[in-house]
Ligand binder design. Structure first.
Ligand SMILES: Nc1ncnc2c1ncn2[C@@H]1O[C@H](COP(=O)(O)OP(=O)(O)O)[C@@H](O)[C@H]1O
Ligand SMILES: [Mg+2]
Length: 240
């Protein structure tokens, strides 16, 4: 479903965020991407829906190259939940943010409206639908941003640090949602317990490359491997 070969990306200030990265994720996988701050995780996932375009190397989603002329096709397949929900909510009303994507891609607006209402209710945002997104709490913004992604019915759901501002109940809600999502998911998180509960494969990033990958619970219980890459065992394995 996702095929990346030798992807490299350098920011304008000279920071080389991705340095020849190769990665394959099969259809139906729940993949986790973990790595220390600055490893390049956000830069990587921002390539998956064409928000960033490859400077070197190739990114293919279901066989379609991530490049300028394919951006719309890629947007129909991949939904990306940004690390910062403020980057995703930009209209004057929560409800309009949900309808923005479907309008933009000429989706059927009857079903998009019905789906928006369903998601707003499911996420406890129905009463807040007329508010400006800037008036929501962090956790509410996270779910509003997630709703703008899910209303597009993505076949690949990509989430960048989705749990950072969630209380335990909402974190649990997100765990259940990812577990029940009937497609491919890619989750970047420092919250290795969240990855433990939601992912079947894990990839470890270090200095702009994927340095290891395999069955989630096997890698996440390998203390040496995690420590070498600036990470710690999930809390559930630390006996706390
Ligand atoms: N907009 C930017 N301009 C310059 N450097 C950046 C920018 N965004 C990220 N970087 C740099 O690229 C590297 C990878 O960053 P990032 O992909 O955000 O890592 P992670 O998500 O793993 O913390 C870091 O060294 C970071 O400082
Ligand atoms: Mg990041």
């Amino acid at each position: 479903m996702i095929s990346i070969e030798n992807l490299a990306f350098t920011y304008p200030d000279g920071s080389r965020a991705l340095d020849g990265l190769t990665l394959e994720i099969r259809k139906g996988t729940a993949a986790g991407i973990v790595g220390a701050n600055g490893a390049g995780k956000s830069t990587l996932v921002n390539h998956l829906n064409g928000y960033l375009l490859p400077q070197e190397g190739l990114v293919r989603i279901d066989g379609i190259g991530v490049e300028k002329r394919n951006r719309e096709a890629i947007h129909r397949i991949v939904g990306l939940l940004f690390q910062n929900p403020d980057d995703q909510l930009f209209t004057a009303r929560v409800y309009d943010d949900l309808l923005f994507g479907p309008r933009n891609l000429d989706m059927d607006m009857n079903s998009a409206t019905a789906e928006s209402e369903r998601l707003l209710r499911e996420f406890g945002l129905w009463e807040l639908r007329d508010k400006p997104p800037s008036h929501l709490s962090h956790g509410q913004k996270r779910f509003a941003a997630l709703a703008t992604v899910l209303v597009m019915k993505p076949r690949v759901l990509v989430m960048d640090e989705p749990t950072s501002d969630l209380d335990p109940r909402n974190r649990r809600k997100l765990i259940d949602l990812v577990r029940n999502f009937q497609a491919t998911t890619v989750t970047v998180s420092h919250d290795l317990d969240f990855i433990w509960e939601t992912c079947n494969e894990v990839f470890i990033m270090n200095a702009g490359k994927i340095v290891d990958g395999g069955p989630a619970r096997e890698l996440l219980s390998n203390r040496d491997l995690l420590e070498r890459n600036g990470l710690e065992l999930p809390l559930r394995l630390q006996g706390v």
